[in-house]
Design a protein around this ligand. Structure first.
Ligand code: NAD
Ligand code: TDX
Length: 363
């Protein structure tokens, strides 16, 4: 007899599980202590970090249910045996930073499109095995996508059936990946769902992104490079809520469906930066207005009624989440200082040196 807390998918393959959102998903899942086994497949690119899983790996009960494999989702020989052992695959693996996609788009196509294809082919093979009675059921596939596939939304909110109009190499690659997922549902009947999350923030966020970059630079009294007029708008979603919503869609989402995951906290970048500085007790004079990101999307905003109808509610108020995030970075300097070295220095120079040299007072 199965109890009420028996998970629907007792064996999960989580790709990209050493990154920001993926590691939160893994930590939260294992901490439920419901017997779920998780295999993490992660290439450990500059963005992947074993330290993000340290809390689970140092807990014997959780560590016994966690397997870590370093490898590429675009490598079928690595992917196939892992998918063969999984009841569901949750794909977080991606090149995820818009600015890097502008500097060097190719890696984005390899991981965010071809990598998804390799995962889907492995699921299709397992579906065929299930049809032959060689395994109990085909694996479910969840693709973690993004609000950026809608492109810039000047007014109103994006609904799941709206046109996709990606405008950066990153968002175009993410759109390609999720459209492939959709095609495998339509063509092969694969049990697949897609989520489109909005701008996520919280602990373990790589310092290349706005909120952690500005917190960590401000702690060191370094300049904060604000792109353009800083009036671009984003809808902020706490990482624990994003990971929770993905788990909810995995368990309850309808096959072939796409679900927006909004944060419900739309803010101009300037407002977010001002609040961060207030929380840190640092002056606005650190902020420099720099040359804008090419093709910079002005605003993202999504309708969340489909996810709400599925029974999901976010739990973290923005003010509280931001304060907790600032506190985490002030208490975990070793984590981000290790990342802000080596490859980081080249990237930072390439992305910001000329911008900061030509910067002006941010008003
Ligand atoms: P991240 O950059 O922090 O983590 C990505 C992880 O994927 C890293 O651990 C990296 O090592 C791994 N990876 C990259 N290429 C790989 C490959 N070829 N094979 C295996 N592993 C590989 O990203 P994140 O912010 O945690 O985002 C996770 C997912 O959520 C991505 O798909 C992203 O597009 C999506 N998303 C992110 C946000 C956000 O605001 N961060 C919002 C919406 C959607
Ligand atoms: O130095 C900066 N200065 C600045 O003004 C950086 C890094 C960002 N910005 C601006 C650009 C955006 O308007 O801040 C805003 C947020 O930028 P990012 O943190 O780079 O996020 P964004 O480009 O909005 O994309 C994020 O949300 C959607 C994630 O990185 C994506 O992976 C996700 O799909």
């Amino acid at each position: 007899m199965t109890g009420p807390r028996t998970p629907r998918f007792p064996r999960l393959l989580v790709t990209g599980g050493a990154g920001f959102i993926g590691s939160c998903f893994v930590r939260d899942r294992l901490a439920r202590r419901d017997g779920t086994h998780i295999a993490v497949l992660d290439k450990l690119t500059y963005a992947g970090n074993r330290a993000n899983l340290a809390s689970a790996e140092s807990d014997p009960e959780q560590a016994a249910r966690l397997e870590f494999v370093q490898g590429d989702i675009a490598d079928p020989t690595v992917v196939a045996p892992l998918v063969a052992e999984a009841d569901a695959v949750v794909n977080f693996a991606a090149e995820s930073h818009v600015d890097r996609s502008i500097l060097d788009p190719e890696a984005f196509l390899r991981t965010d499109v071809l990598g998804v294809h390799v995962l889907l082919e492995a699921c299709r093979a397992e579906q065929e095995r299930a049809a032959k009675g060689e395994r109990a059921a085909a694996p479910r596939f969840l693709q973690v996508s993004t609000d950026e596939v809608y492109g810039s939304v000047e007014s109103g909110v994006s609904h799941e059936d709206d046109r996709l109009e990606p405008r950066s190499p990153y968002s175009a690659a993410k759109a390609g990946g999720e459209l492939l997922v959709r095609s495998y549902f339509v063509t092969y009947g694969l049990d697949a769902v897609v989520t489109r999350g909005s701008n996520t923030y919280g602990p373990y966020h790589h310092p290349e992104k706005l909120i952690p970059l500005f917190i960590t630079n401000a702690i060191d009294d370094q300049q904060l490079p604000l792109y353009g007029d800083g009036l671009q708008r984003r809808d902020w979603l706490y990482v624990g809520d994003h990971a929770g919503a993905i788990g909810h869609v995995l368990a309850h989402g309808r096959a072939g469906e796409t679900y927006n995951i909004p944060g419900g906290n739309e803010r101009a970048n300037r407002e977010v930066v001002a609040r961060l500085l207030e929380l840190l007790g640092k002056p606005w004079s650190l902020v420099r207005q720099v040359e804008d990101r090419p093709g910079h999307d002005r605003r993202y905003a999504m309708d969340g009624s489909r996810l709400a109808a599925l029974g999901w509610r976010n739990g973290m108020p923005f003010e509280e989440g931001l304060a907790a995030t600032v506190q985490w970075y002030t208490h975990n300097e070793a984590w981000w200082r290790a990342i802000k070295s080596g490859e980081w220095e080249d990237y930072y120079r390439r992305q910001y040196a000329a911008r900061l040299a030509g910067s002006r007072d941010a008003g």
